[in-house]
Write a protein that binds this ligand. Structure first.
Ligand SMILES: CC(C)(COP(=O)(O)OP(=O)(O)OC[C@H]1O[C@@H](n2cnc3c(N)ncnc32)[C@H](O)[C@@H]1OP(=O)(O)O)[C@@H](O)C(=O)NCCC(=O)NCCS
Length: 168
């Protein structure tokens, strides 16, 4: 109602901010919905809280998305999950845009993402300019238990990609 369909804004009154140390338990609660809560583990040794964005609905965390910069200066996403009741409303898109902007601001010109669910892989390719560059065996169960490998995706973080991603 009154919003432009082209804007990447969720229909819900969600707010977004950087995560803070006190968010750790709430972040793990959201990550659990995606079976991404096994931290520390070989797949995810730590949660670098300073490099996460969170989505909140009235003070309750409903989405999380993290990133890092690899030793060769490339962007790398870490974990992202949205609470199931909030999916499909643009929360994931906004979190992805925020972390792509953050990596771009750190000088990264590309970003690598490992994903396992086919629908998520297609979403990354459709919305954010990713292409598949390889696969990687999972070290242990993490994410979708029916998928034993990650599909490695890469997208540019150029200025033009920024313009495309920021439709709002
Ligand atoms: C991937 C994920 C973070 C996306 O979060 P989200 O808030 O649903 O994201 P959005 O609403 O921005 O977009 C989801 C897409 O699925 C579609 N969708 C519609 N209803 C949906 C629903 N009930 N559940 C999931 N996706 C739905 C949306 O329309 C959208 O497609 P579009 O952008 O072409 O319109 C979320 O599905 C999730 O937590 N998945 C499990 C964990 C995961 O795969 N994380 C990423 C690992 S790399």
């Amino acid at each position: 109602m009154g919003t432009r369909a082209s804007e990447a804004q969720p229909r819900l009154p969600i707010t977004y901010r950087r995560a803070a140390n006190g968010d750790r338990d709430a972040m793990l609660r959201v990550l659990r919905y995606a079976n991404f809560h096994h931290v520390p583990s070989p797949e995810m040794p730590e949660l670098d809280i300073a490099r996460f964005f969170v989505a909140e609905d009235g003070g309750t965390l409903v989405g999380v998305a993290g990133y890092k910069v690899t030793e060769d200066g490339r962007g790398k996403t870490t974990l992202m999950a949205v609470e199931p009741a909030y999916r499909g409303a643009g929360v994931g898109q906004r979190l992805q845009e925020l972390r792509m902007d953050a990596m771009r601001a750190l000088g990264c010109t590309s970003v690598v993402t490992n994903a396992d669910r086919p629908a998520t892989i297609e979403w990354y390719k459709r919305k954010f300019g990713y292409r598949e560059v390889g696969t990687l065996a999972k070290l242990h169960e993490f994410g979708d238990p029916d998928v034993d490998h990650w599909t490695t995706l890469e997208a540019p973080l150029s200025a033009s990609a920024a313009g495309r991603a920021k439709s709002a």
